[in-house]
Ligand binder design. Structure first.
Ligand code: AMP
Ligand code: ZN
Length: 464
């Protein structure tokens, strides 16, 4: 398939280093609050990429981290009078609920920064040893940007531009004793009252960028196939990850880079700092999660996508059309009476169109259009279609919707009784405010391959 590589700024054939096996790292959330729908965009986009690669018969090692050390977490914990760990665990749990609701597949590995301090310090040590990092008098360890001739290659910035952009930072030089304003912290000396870990540089904590470099190296090796995230991560986060990883490992960090465009509101980037955001949770409570997933697929992933509630409503309507069509197909399959085989042919054409769209840099709007072509054919042809064609249409429909991670709320009456019993036991545990028991039952359901979501209409089951 072709993907647009941010590094080369062009579409390229996406070929993994090991044939049939893609190693992908997607920067995950900083868990200090509920996620907003802007954060949901990379989750859905790159989950869809993963599903497509798997659909094409590849193995995907998908690593997506949890950033559970950060100034924002520390601030939130201070405001609440709790610990950073407590805040992180709570919002990690809320993130998982949203990810499940959005039908985002669980990453192969979902590493937490706090559980990789050793690996992070290993990387810092490698950088110091090779002269790419130094400890300043204030105790912080900085990456020496000038030591990396490739610095700026992803964001296509050069150091001189950066320096003029950083002029304001120059005044801080005296305070933090950096050699150069462009240098960035890989290890931060502890400040009073902040969480800190022991290190050869004194008590401290990692910088944000080094976390991803270290976790990627640990779980995927020195060179990976794809590193991805939102466009705002290109600089400085990904640029700095490249600098650290390539200087420490002496080889290419990631062979391809993909970045999703912004989810906007009133044509402005949705963000916590601008306070112009809607959480995934609040929209899901009103409309369900699935229209949010669908919405993310209605635009090419690199395009800006402007959010309005009217668009979510229209996505909900589109989904209803898909569900209705699929139900009608079930009905037709139960009572086949035609002899026409055209529908099977049409299903094949829809699949071809779908695959061609996805092969072209994950063109999900065209992929959706291919599914709607099939819907039209099903609506017009199923009455006269023969049983094998109806079956082909149903199989193709499920196959293509599944690649986009859609139609996961389809009611099948095939819920085994033991699963129903677990759901009921969980509801009873929740009613009795026995949260530990309720969580344990949720975990048992997950082990059995079912996810349960609490909605206004009661618990809703989805097959994982
Ligand atoms: P954060 O927790 O801020 O690091 O963000 C998690 C992910 O969401 C990153 O990949 C960001 O690039 C992405 N992201 C944040 N805001 C938006 C937005 N408005 N539109 C698209 N992606 C976003
Ligand atoms: Zn990252």
């Amino acid at each position: 398939m072709q993907i647009f590589n941010t590094m080369s700024r062009q579409k390229e054939e996406f070929i993994p280093l090991t044939p049939g096996e893609y190693r992908i790292y997607v920067c995950g959330p900083t868990v200090y609050n509920y996620i907003h729908i802007g954060n949901a965009r990379p989750m859905v986009v790159f989950d869809t990429l993963r599903r497509y690669l798997e659909y094409r018969g590849n193995k995907v090692l998908y690593v997506s981290n949890i950033t559970d050390i950060d100034d924002k977490l520390i601030k939130k914990a201070q405001e609440e009078g709790t610990s950073m760990q407590e805040v992180a665990r709570r919002f990690e749990g809320e993130y998982q609920k949203d990810a499940e609701g959005l039908n985002v597949k669980k990453p192969t590995v979902q590493p937490r920064a706090t559980e990789h301090i050793e690996e992070i310090l290993g990387l810092v040590a490698d950088l110091i040893k090779t002269g790419h990092a130094y400890q300043a008098a204030n105790g912080d360890v900085y990456f020496r940007v000038k030591s990396d001739p490739g610095y700026g290659k992803l964001s296509h910035l050069n150091l001189d531009d950066l320096e003029s952009g950083n002029r304001a930072l120059r005044s801080q030089l005296a305070d933090n004793l950096k050699e150069d304003p462009a240098d960035f912290a890989v290890w931060k000396a502890a400040k009073p009252g902040e969480p800190a870990w022991e290190s050869p540089y004194g008590m401290g904590r990692p910088g944000w960028h080094i976390e991803c470099s270290a976790m990627s190296r640990k779980h995927l090796g020195n060179t990976i196939d794809l590193h991805a995230g939102g466009q705002d991560l290109v600089f400085p986060h990904h640029e700095n990850e490249i600098a650290q990883s390539e200087c420490a490992n002496g080889c290419t960090f990631s062979r391809y880079w993909m970045h999703n465009g912004f989810l906007n509101i009133d044509n402005q980037k949705m963000s916590k700092s601008l306070n112009n955001f809607f959480t995934v949770r609040e929209i899901a409570e009103q409309y369900g999660y699935e229209p949010i997933r669908y919405f993310m697929l209605t635009a090419g992933y690199r395009m800006p996508l402007n959010y309005t509630i009217a668009l979510i409503e229209s996505c909900k309507n589109s989904l209803e059309r898909l569900y209705t069509c699929r139900e009608n197909l079930d009905f037709a399959l139960a009572h086949p009476h035609g002899t026409d085989a055209t529908l099977a042919e049409k299903a094949g054409q829809a699949r071809e169109k779908f695959v061609a769209a996805m092969e072209d840099d994950l063109n999900t709007p065209d992929a959706l259009a291919a599914i709607f072509d099939l819907v039209k054919d099903i609506n017009t042809l199923s009455d006269g279609a023969d049983a094998p064609s109806l079956q082909a249409a149903a199989d193709t429909f499920d196959e293509l919707a599944g690649v986009l991670g859609l139609l996961y709320n389809r009611k099948t009456d095939a819920v085994p009784p033991e699963i129903t019993a677990l759901v009921e036991a969980r509801a009873a545990a929740k009613k009795a405010k026995n949260w530990a028991e309720a969580d344990a039952l949720r975990a048992r359901l997950a082990d059995a391959g079912w996810s349960v979501m609490d909605t206004a209409q009661g618990p809703q089951l989805t097959k994982l």
